[in-house]
Design a protein around this ligand. Structure first.
Ligand SMILES: NC(=O)c1ccc[n+]([C@@H]2O[C@H](COP(=O)([O-])OP(=O)(O)OC[C@H]3O[C@@H](n4cnc5c(N)ncnc54)[C@H](O)[C@@H]3O)[C@@H](O)[C@H]2O)c1
Length: 445
C-alpha cells in the first residue's frame, strides 16, 4: 500500500495543527509577516549541516537568505559561491543580529554554541531554527525555554523527523492499533566507516588565520589551535555529546513524537572507546536502555566492527512490529495466537490425535482469523523518492512564524528529547542507573 504526497501532507498539516501552542503576546519590534511576505533568514554556522538545511529552506516559496556567519573563511567563501556576492558574510554573528531586516536565524553551529546563539538571536527579536541536539548541557534547556517565552519568539529544534510524513504516518498507525499495544522500541546504527565515525576532512588551508579559533571555542575549555577539534568537534565533549547528542537524540525526538510521550523515567547505558583511539573523549560503542512506563526503548551505536553499515528503528507491539526507515513505514502484522498452543509429542499417538481434535474445536476462531491474515500481513507506506523531510520541517517553521504559533518541536520538546539522550552519557560516566522526571524536565537523584 502506498500513500501519495498529497494525503501525506494533509496528514502532516492535521497532526501539526493539533499540537501547536499559541504564543501569548506579540513581540514589540517584530516585522509582522503577512501570508505572502518574503521571510528573510540568516545562517549562523555554515558547515555541512548548516549549508544543506539552508538549501532545503530555500526550496520553499518566499524565503530569502541575506547573511551567513561562520568561523572558517572557506565556508564563508563557499556560501558566496552558492548564494551570490550580495550575501553578507561575517565571522561575528552579532553583525547579523543587528540587522532589522532579518526575521529568523538558522543555527548550524556545534552544540556548545546553541544556547548562546539562540538566546542572543531571540533577544534581538529573531525567530530561531536551531539544529539538534538543543542542549549541550542540562543548564541550557530551561534558559532557552525561558528566553522563547520572555522574547515571545518562535523556536523550532532541528530534528526534521518531527515534521516528516513518514513519522506522521507512523504516529497515526500506532494510534490506530496497527501493531497492538506498544511493548518495545529498538534503534541501532552500525557505522563502519571513518566518515561515519566523524573523521571529517580538514581543509588544506586550515590555520589560525583562516579559522577563528577563539570564537569557535567560545566559552568551552581553552585548547591550543587544533584543526581536528575545529573540523571534527563531535569527537570531544567540550563541543558536543558524542553519539548521544548526534544520533540518539533523533530517535528520542522520533519516539516522543510517534508515541506522544514526554520521555523516559529511568536510563542505563554502557559502552566505551574500542576502536577510534585517536584522542577522542567520547565512546564509539554506546548501548542504552530506557523505561517509558509500560514499554521500553533500547538503543545501540557501534562504530567498530568494520562490517556492513546498518541502521534500524523498530516499534514492537502485541500484534506485530513497525519498521521506520528514511523511505517509509513498514508494518508487519503478526497476530498473536490466542490459544496456548500444544506440546504433545511425548504422548501416545492416540492421545496426540485426540488433543489435536480437541484443540481444533476449541480454537477454531483463532485459526480462522490467523489464516485470513496470511499474505496480508505486510503494509508499506513509502514516501516519494527524494523526499526531503527537512524542507517539511522548515515549512512547519515558516508557517509558525507567520501564524505566531509554537511548532510541535518547540524548546520544551527539544529539551525533553536532548535531555533524554544525555541521560546515556550521564549513566555511562556514573556507572549507574539515572532517573529523569520527563514532565518537569529535571534530573532526579
Ligand atoms: N538534523 C540533523 O540530521 C543533523 C545532521 C548533522 C548535523 N546536525 C547538527 O548541526 C550542527 C552542525 O553540525 P555540522 O555537521 O554542520 O558541523 P560543522 O563542523 O560541519 O559545521 C559547524 C560550523 O559552525 C561554525 N561555527 C562554530 N562556532 C561558530 C560561531 N560562534 N559563530 C558562527 N559559526 C560558528 C564552524 O566554523 C563550522 O563551520 C550540530 O549541532 C549537529 O548536531 C544535525
Amino acid at each position: 500500500m502506498s500513500l501519495n504526497r498529497r494525503s501525506f501532507l494533509r496528514n502532516a498539516g492535521l497532526a501539526a495543527a493539533g499540537t501547536q501552542i499559541p504564543l501569548l503576546r506579540t513581540f514589540a519590534q517584530e516585522r509582522r509577516l503577512g501570508p505572502n511576505d518574503q521571510i528573510h533568514v540568516a545562517l549562523i554556522g555554515a558547515g555541512g549541516r548548516g549549508q544543506s538545511i539552508t538549501k532545503s529552506a530555500l526550496t520553499l516559496p518566499n524565503v530569502k537568505l541575506l547573511a551567513v556567519a561562520d568561523c572558517y573563511d572557506g565556508r564563508l567563501a563557499h556560501s558566496k559561491e552558492m548564494w551570490g556576492n550580495d550575501l553578507q558574510t561575517t565571522k561575528d554573528y552579532n553583525e547579523i543580529l543587528k540587522r532589522s531586516d532579518i526575521d529568523a536565524v538558522i543555527i548550524g553551529t556545534p552544540d556548545h554554541w546553541h544556547r548562546k546563539v539562540a538566546i542572543d538571536a531571540m533577544a534581538a527579536g529573531k525567530d530561531v531554527y536551531c539544529e539538534k541536539p538543543m542542549i549541550h548541557e542540562y543548564a541550557d534547556g530551561p534558559l532557552m525555554i525561558d528566553a522563547a517565552k520572555k522574547y515571545n519568539r518562535v523556536i523550532q529544534i532541528g530534528s526534521q523527523r518531527v515534521s516528516s510524513m513518514i513519522y506522521i504516518k507512523a504516529k497515526e498507525l500506532l494510534a490506530a492499533g496497527a501493531i497492538g499495544k506498544l511493548n518495545l522500541v529498538q534503534g541501532h546504527w552500525d557505522r563502519n566507516s571513518a566518515q561515519g565515525a566523524w573523521e571529517y576532512t580538514v581543509p588544506l588551508d586550515a590555520n589560525e588565520q583562516t579559522c577563528d579559533w577563539p570564537r569557535f571555542q567560545g566559552a568551552a575549555p581553552k585548547h591550543a589551535w587544533d584543526p581536528e577539534r575545529f573540523f571534527q568537534w563531535r569527537k570531544y565533549k567540550d563541543y558536543g555529546t558524542g553519539v548521544a547528542g548526534d544520533l540518539f537524540v533523533h530517535l528520542f525526538s522520533g519516539t516522543h513524537f510517534i508515541t506522544g510521550t514526554n520521555g523516559p523515567s529511568r536510563a542505563y547505558a554502557t559502552g566505551g572507546l574500542r576502536y577510534w583511539k585517536d584522542g577522542r573523549d567520547v565512546p564509539d560503542v554506546l548501548l542504552g536502555l530506557y523505561d517509558y512506563g509500560d514499554w521500553n526503548l533500547e538503543l545501540r551505536v557501534n562504530f567498530v566492527d568494520g562490517g556492513e553499515e546498518s541502521e534500524g528503528f523498530t516499534f514492537v507491539g502485541t500484534e506485530g512490529s513497525m519498521e521506520i526507515t528514511s523511505r517509509g513505514v513498514i508494518v508487519n502484522k503478526v497476530p498473536r495466537e490466542k490459544g496456548p498452543g500444544m506440546s504433545i509429542g511425548s504422548f501416545t499417538n492416540e492421545m496426540q490425535a485426540r488433543l489435536k481434535a480437541d484443540y481444533a474445536q476449541k480454537h477454531a476462531e483463532d485459526a480462522a482469523a490467523r489464516a485470513a491474515l496470511i499474505g496480508t500481513g505486510v503494509e508499506r507506506y513509502m514516501a516519494p523518492a527524494g523526499y526531503d523531510d527537512t524542507a517539511d520541517h522548515f515549512r512547519t517553521f515558516f508557517n509558525c512564524m507567520r501564524t505566531r504559533q509554537q511548532p510541535t518541536e518547540n524548546a520544551v520538546f527539544g529539551y525533553r528529547a536532548a535531555g533524554a539522550a544525555l541521560l546515556s552519557l550521564l549513566s555511562m560516566e556514573k556507572g549507574t542507573v539515572v532517573h529523569w522526571d520527563a514532565d518537569a524536565m529535571k534530573l532526579k537523584s
